[in-house]
Design a protein around this ligand. Structure first.
Ligand code: BES
Ligand code: ZN
Ligand code: ZN
Length: 504
C-alpha cells in the first residue's frame, strides 16, 4: 500500500530514509557532441558530480539510478529519476517516471520516501501539471490486485511518499495534488472492477459496488432490475441476458454540478460481466480474459466518481447496461429477432456480437434524455485490436467539434486515441435480411466501424456522439505503459473522460 502526501517544505529541512531527486538531459550545444545530466537539486548535483561526468547518470526519461546507504544530507538512500530533455517533458513522461520510481522503491524496500519536486519545472502551471501527473503515475503503479490471495501473500507494508515543494501550500499546487489523487484512485477503482473474476463481478455485484462507491459523493445512483428492464422494453439487453442465470442490471448515475436547466453530458458503458460468446461460443483459449468485457462500464463508473469528487461544474449522467453473455437453454439463437427500446428490430446472426445489442438500448435511453453529447465506451470488437493493438483507443464520431474536444482532452491526459472512419457504407452493411438490422456485417472487414454503424442506429439525430472501442486498451497494457500491470485492467479513458467533461 502506498500513501502520498504533499508538504510545503524544502528538502534541506528534513531527514529520512530515501531522498528522490530528478535528472534531465542537458541540451547539446554546438561545441559539445555529448551533454551531461542536470540534477534538479543543487546539493545532490554537487555530491554526484563525478557520477554525472562519468555518465553513470544520463538523465534519460525513466532512467533510475539509486545509491544505497549513501548517508547523504540526512538520508540513507538517494534515488535519481530521469525525466529526459526539457523540451520533450510532458505529463506522460512524468507519469512513466513515477512508475519507474515506484518499481525502484519496491526493489530497494524503502518505506519512507521524500521527493524533491521543485526544479521539475520552472513555471507554476507546469509544476502543477507535472505534480498531478506524478501523483497519477504513483497511484496507478501502486495498484495491485491481491485481494483474492490468502492473507499471507498480501503486502502489508505501507510506503509513505512525501512530495516536497516550496509551493506546497499554493492553491494551484494543492489542487493539482488533489486531482492527481482522485484521478489515480478512481482509475484504480475501475481497474479493480475489471480484474474481479466473472463469478465475483456479476451485474448485481457491479451495481451494488457502484451504489456503495457513490455514497457521500453527491452522485445519485438508480439500479433497474430485470423486471424494470422488461418494463422499459430493453429488448437488446434482455435478449443477451436470456442465456444467463444471473439477472441483468441497468445502472443510472446522475451528477448535478451546474444549474438544473443545463443539459447533461451522457456517458454510456458496456458492462458485460462475462462474454462466453453465447450460442456462437468463443474458443476456450483466453476466454478467461472475457471478464474484462465490462471495462467500458467500469471505466465510465470510475469517471463519474472522479467527476463528482472533483465537484466539476457540469451536469453528467451515465448509463451502464450490464449482463452476462451465456449459452443457457433459453439463450438467444443465431437468427433470432428481438426489438430494441427504440422500436427497431434486429436479427442476431452471431450471439458473440452482443455488446452492440446491450448498448443499443442504453444509447436509445440516453438519447431520450436529450443530453448535450453522448460518449460511450465498450470493449466492443476484436477488430480494433487488429487495427490499433493496445497502443491507441479507437474512437468514432461524425461530429467535428466533438472530435476536436476529444483530441484536446486526450492530449492533456496522455491517453492515446485514434479517430477511426465511420461512413454511410458501414451503415448499409448492417441492414438485416428479415429484420431492420443485423448484428453482423454483410461486408468484409472494418468490423469496428460496422459495429459502430449499428450503434449509430440508436443515437437520436442531432446529438453529437462518440464511441470509444477500448477492447485493445482496457487491459494488459503493461508492455508499453509502466504504470499498468503486465496483466490486468488499465482504467483506460477514465482520465480522458473527466478531462472531456471539464470542457462543458
Ligand atoms: N467482447 C468482444 C470483443 C472483444 C474481443 C474484446 C477480444 C476484447 C478482446 C465482443 O463481444 C465480440 O465478441 N465481438 C465479436 C464480434 C463479431 C462476432 C462480429 C468480435 O470482435 O469478434
Ligand atoms: Zn462477444
Ligand atoms: Zn463482448
Amino acid at each position: 500500500m502506498m500513501q502520498i502526501h504533499l508538504h510545503a517544505k524544502d528538502i534541506s529541512t528534513v531527514k529520512g530514509q530515501t531522498l528522490v531527486v530528478f535528472s534531465k538531459l542537458s541540451a547539446v550545444t554546438a561545441k559539445q557532441t555529448e551533454s551531461l545530466a542536470k540534477i534538479t537539486h543543487a546539493e545532490t548535483a554537487k555530491a554526484l558530480s563525478e557520477t554525472i561526468s562519468d555518465k553513470i547518470i544520463s538523465g534519460a526519461a525513466s532512467e533510475v539510478i539509486s545509491f544505497r546507504e549513501a548517508r547523504f544530507l540526512g538520508f540513507r538512500n538517494v534515488i535519481c529519476v530521469g525525466l529526459g530533455a526539457d523540451n520533450k517533458l510532458n505529463g506522460e513522461v512524468v507519469r512513466q517516471a513515477a512508475a519507474a520510481l515506484c518499481k525502484e522503491i519496491k526493489a530497494v524496500k524503502s518505506t519512507e520516501i521524500y521527493v524533491h519536486f521543485d526544479g521539475v519545472a520552472t513555471g507554476k502551471n507546469d509544476l502543477a501539471a507535472y505534480l498531478q501527473a506524478f501523483v497519477e503515475g504513483l497511484q496507478l503503479t501502486a495498484y495491485s490486485f491481491n485481494e483474492l490471495k490468502t492473507a499471507a501473500k498480501k503486502e502489508k507494508e505501507v510506503i509513505q511518499i512525501n512530495i516536497l515543494s516550496k509551493l506546497g501550500k499554493d492553491k494551484a499546487i494543492v489542487q493539482a495534488f488533489h486531482e492527481g489523487t482522485i484521478l489515480g484512485t478512481c482509475a484504480n477503482f475501475s481497474k479493480r472492477l475489471g480484474d474481479m473474476p466473472g463469478n465475483l463481478m456479476t451485474p448485481t455485484i457491479l451495481a451494488n459496488e457502484t451504489v456503495k462507491a457513490a455514497k457521500g459523493t453527491g452522485l445519485k445512483v438508480t439500479v433497474w432490475d430485470k423486471k424494470r428492464i422488461e418494463k422499459e422494453r430493453m429488448g437488446g439487453l434482455l435478449g443477451v441476458a436470456r442465456g444467463s442465470a444471473e439477472e441483468p442490471r441497468f445502472i443510472i448515475m446522475e451528477y448535478t454540478g451546474a444549474a438544473k436547466t443545463k443539459k447533461p453530458i451522457a456517458f454510456v458503458g458496456k458492462g458485460l460481466t462475462f462474454d462466453t460468446g453465447g450460442i456462437s461460443i468463443k474458443p476456450s483459449a483466453k476466454m478467461e480474459d472475457m471478464k474484462y468485457d465490462m471495462c467500458g462500464g467500469a471505466n465510465v463508473i470510475g469517471a463519474m466518481l472522479a467527476i463528482a469528487q472533483l465537484k466539476l461544474k457540469v451536469n453528467v449522467v451515465a448509463y451502464v447496461a450490464s449482463t452476462e453473455n451465456m449459452p443457457g437453454s433459453k439463450a438467444t439463437k443465431p437468427g433470432d429477432v428481438h426489438i430494441a427500446r427504440n422500436g427497431k428490430s434486429f436479427e442476431v446472426n452471431n450471439t458473440d456480437a452482443e455488446g452492440r445489442l446491450i448498448l443499443a438500448d442504453a444509447l436509445s435511453y440516453a438519447s431520450e434524455q436529450k443530453p448535450e453529447i453522448i460518449i460511450d465506451a465498450a470493449t466492443l470488437t476484436g477488430a480494433i485490436i487488429m487495427a490499433l493493438g493496445n497502443i491507441h483507443t479507437g474512437y468514432f464520431t461524425r461530429n467535428a467539434a466533438l472530435k476536436t474536444k476529444i483530441e484536446k482532452a486526450a492530449g492533456t491526459t496522455g491517453e492515446l486515441v485514434w479517430n477511426m472512419p465511420l461512413v454511410d457504407a458501414h451503415v448499409k452493411d448492417m441492414k438485416g435480411t428479415y429484420a431492420d438490422l443485423s448484428n453482423t456485417s454483410s461486408g468484409q472487414g472494418a468490423g469496428s466501424a460496422t459495429a459502430t454503424a449499428f450503434l449509430e442506429q440508436f443515437v437520436a439525430e442531432g446529438i453529437p456522439w462518440a464511441h470509444f472501442d477500448i477492447a485493445g486498451t482496457a487491459w494488459a497494457c503493461g508492455n508499453r505503459l509502466n504504470y499498468c500491470s503486465a496483466k490486468g485492467a488499465t482504467g483506460s479513458m477514465v482520465r480522458t473522460f473527466v478531462e472531456l467533461a471539464k470542457q462543458y
